[in-house]
Design a protein around this ligand. Structure first.
Ligand code: DAH
Length: 335
């Protein structure tokens, strides 16, 4: 600015500034450029400051005239800027709303549907088959004690199943149940025979993990106690159940040993050209009944236990038990 500024010159500049600012502000259509205009006109190094800076060359009577005019102009421009800001904001919102309109007539883009885990459906199918034979659901705790998991089932002190190698022992007398058979004892303590129960649940063993072993797996326990039950009832029940589950796979009974049944058998089904053991069962050992205060001369029955994973793997042709636990959706979505 030249040295000899006059009052009129400065007032003229303010008029010009007002006209330009008003025009540019109303022409701005984005918030960033509006901010640039604010800095350009009203900022510390902006044009209004520029005019005020050259006021020093005016006389002391003239200076207030420019100052007042500048203040009025500043308020006016602030008003224009915030008005335009509001305008741009609501225009942006209106645009957003218009763009986000949902076309309710457009075809839906497939909603992902959850799947029931194959272990759950297998469990339910097994339990359902026994419901159909008149059995009732029973359950027991996963944290057991030595009495229910072993002693009451006629499993002697030196039985290898009690070994630290096989059982997860907890503090004191507690352990993680190694099978669902303790449910037999718990149920018979609470319920007088005749009883027919099916008891699914999780069990634990200190197994190393491989394609067919897992330290946590699932079993179903079956127990029937009544007057006059004999091995034919056991065989008929097991055959009916296995046929219903596996269809017409060949089935064979093989003599075996369990401490809590006498006689005991293991049952195999022929699968992929080989005999595959699928369950253990037998007539409830009189020692178990006596331990519960039941007279073996009066009551008899049978019990069976099976591993759910194996049933699930045979049914679906799954070759590695770990697939059932790794929650890989690419695998699970097949079921
Ligand atoms: N509890 C046995 C196990 O885990 C399985 C079993 C075998 C259960 C024979 C029974 C039975 O009820 O009668 O290896």
């Amino acid at each position: 600015m030249s040295d000899n500024v006059s009052l009129n010159q400065l007032l003229g500049e303010l008029d010009l500034l007002e006209a330009e600012a008003a025009k540019q502000i109303s022409a701005t259509n984005d918030i960033d450029s509006l901010e640039q205009l604010r800095v350009g006109f009203l900022g510390k190094k902006g044009r209004l400051s520029g005019v005020l800076g050259s006021m020093g060359k005016l006389s002391s009577q003239e200076r207030p005239l420019v100052g007042q005019r500048a203040n009025v102009l500043k308020t006016e421009l602030q008003g224009l800027l915030s008005g335009q800001l509001e305008h741009l904001k609501s225009a942006a919102l209106a645009g957003l709303l218009a763009r986000e309109t949902i076309d309710v007539t457009a075809p839906a883009s497939g909603v992902p549907v959850g799947h029931r885990h194959p272990l759950i459906t297998t469990t339910e199918d097994i339990v359902d088959l026994f419901f159909g034979l008149g059995y009732q659901l029973a359950e027991g705790p996963e944290v057991e004690n030595d009495h229910y998991n072993f002693t009451a089932l006629n499993i002697p002190e030196d039985h290898p199943a009690r070994d630290m190698q096989d059982t997860f022992y907890l503090d004191g007398n507690l352990l993680l149940r190694t099978h669902t058979s303790p449910v037999q004892i718990r149920y018979l303590e609470e319920n007088k025979p005749p009883v027919r129960i099916v008891a699914p649940g999780r069990v634990y063993r200190r197994d190393a993990v491989d394609a067919t072993h897992s330290p946590v797996f699932h079993q179903v326990e079956v127990l029937a106690i009544d007057k006059g039950l004999n091995f034919s009832h056991l065989r008929g029940t097991v055959m009916a159940f296995l046929k219903a589950f596996f269809g017409d796979l060949p089935i064979r009974f093989r003599a075996s040993y369990f401490p809590f049944t006498e006689p005991s058998v293991e049952v195999d089904v022929q699968w992929r050209g080989k005999w595959l053991e699928v369950m253990g069962c037998g007539m409830v050992d009189p020692a178990v009944l006596e331990g519960l205060g039941l007279d073996p001369e009066c009551w008899s029955g049978f019990a069976a236990g099976l591993g759910i994973e194996r049933f699930c793997m045979v049914r679906h042709g799954i070759d590695d038990i770990r697939r059932l636990y790794t929650s890989d959706l690419r695998f699970l979505e097949q079921f």
